[in-house]
Design a protein around this ligand. Structure first.
Ligand SMILES: NC(=O)c1ccc[n+]([C@@H]2O[C@H](COP(=O)([O-])OP(=O)(O)OC[C@H]3O[C@@H](n4cnc5c(N)ncnc54)[C@H](O)[C@@H]3O)[C@@H](O)[C@H]2O)c1
Length: 324
């Protein structure tokens, strides 16, 4: 099959491209290299079955021939990460909303099945122990830019489901929970790369807030298999699925675990949210996915435990000392 991946030079997109290529598909990637990197595709590019186009998904003229020429689209291009969103609020909103609008419109025009990468952020401040796909979303005020990302992705979900209902467009939506692994950079506020980098450099590991907030981290290999499994299953069409891992850990414990596994002597420092992100920053106490729905449909399993994930990220940063 010919597959187009938007944002394919990014962290998850590059792993998705590798997995789909290994399964025998022809891959085209469109990426504007804003947060994605050519280096992420270094291992793939010499292959004849991989084509990389530099361009923006906001530019319909660039993306249209690529959509027309493929069998399926995986839409991952987006402005991602808390820091990026706070720093570039206008660009974030335009990239995430307009990007999905352009891509969905072209998929309808050329009758292509499309995967939409949404996020656990759409649950907002809902602290339920095990978030199910039909649970309520609890989002903060529009005065807090932090919530813009969740709302743009929510709108992408609404739009994709509307295309499905109104025009029968085959869409599959996944809400990805924290996804981690080699090639994720810490430049845009991602916690594990930041902790690992600091630990390896002997710098303080900075925990924001009390550190008592908990999260779940899934290895990108598990997430990518989940995404591909959903796209291959006819009953996933027109529906929304959580994808992630439900092994929960507090951020404080995560910092200690990174310190121990990397053999670091770094101290652990606690930084108030206001200092890290500005006044009035809001965060969730917990965010744990229910994986019942995806397990029931495709037998999704997480193979990688947190310690193994951390070891793989530590090994990656040791080998790629210049990455940050
Ligand atoms: N990493 C996570 O934990 C996580 C969690 C939930 C959802 N997601 C979603 O998964 C997707 C991939 O995220 P990621 O972690 O790989 O982030 P990433 O920043 O590494 O990937 C995003 C890619 O999109 C590209 N891009 C941005 N704007 C573009 C544009 N206008 N035109 C073309 N390309 C553009 C970037 O250059 C980058 O390669 C995103 O849609 C994100 O919202 C990620």
């Amino acid at each position: 099959m010919k597959i187009l991946i938007t944002g394919g030079a990014g962290f998850i997109g590059s792993h998705l491209a590798s997995e789909l290529f290994e399964r025998g598909h022809e891959i085209t990637i469109i990426d504007n290299f804003s947060t994605g990197r050519k280096d992420n595709l270094r291992h793939l590019v010499p292959n004849s079955g991989i084509r990389v186009e530099e361009g923006s998904i906001l530019d319909a003229e660039v993306i249209e021939p690529l959509v027309a020429d493929c069998d399926e689209v995986y839409h991952l291009a987006a402005a991602v990460g808390v820091r990026l969103i706070l720093e570039n609020p206008v660009e974030t909103i335009m990239t995430n909303v307009r990007g999905a609008e352009v891509t969905l419109g072209l998929c309808r025009k050329h009758s292509k099945k499309i995967f939409i990468a949404s996020t656990s952020e759409v649950y907002g401040k809902n602290n339920n122990g095990s978030l199910g796909e039909d649970d309520d979303r609890i989002l903060g005020t529009t005065k807090k830019q932090r919530w813009a990302y969740a709302n743009t992705k929510t709108l992408d979900e609404f739009l994709a489901l509307a295309y499905h209902q109104a025009y029968g467009l085959p869409v599959v939506i996944a809400r990805l929970f924290n996804t981690v692994g080699p090639r994720q950079t810490g430049r845009y506020g991602m916690v594990i790369p930041n902790f690992v980098r600091a630990a390896l450099d002997g710098k303080p590991i900075c925990v924001f807030g009390s550190g008592k907030q908990s999260r779940c981290f899934a290895h990108v290999n598990d997430v990518v298999k989940g995404i591909i499994g959903l796209m291959a299953h006819p009953d996933a069409v027109g529906d929304v699925f959580n994808v992630g891992n439900n092994e929960e850990i507090t951020i404080e414990e995560l910092a200690l675990r990174v310190k121990k596994l990397s053999g670091s002597s770094s101290e652990i420092q606690y930084i108030p949210y206001e200092e890290a992100y500005g006044d009035g920053y809001e965060d969730m106490k917990r965010r744990v996915p229910s994986l019942k729905k995806i397990k029931g449909l495709i037998g999704y399993e997480t193979r990688e435990r947190l310690d193994d994930i951390l070891r793989s990220v530590i090994a990656y940063f040791r080998e790629n000392a210049s990455d940050s």
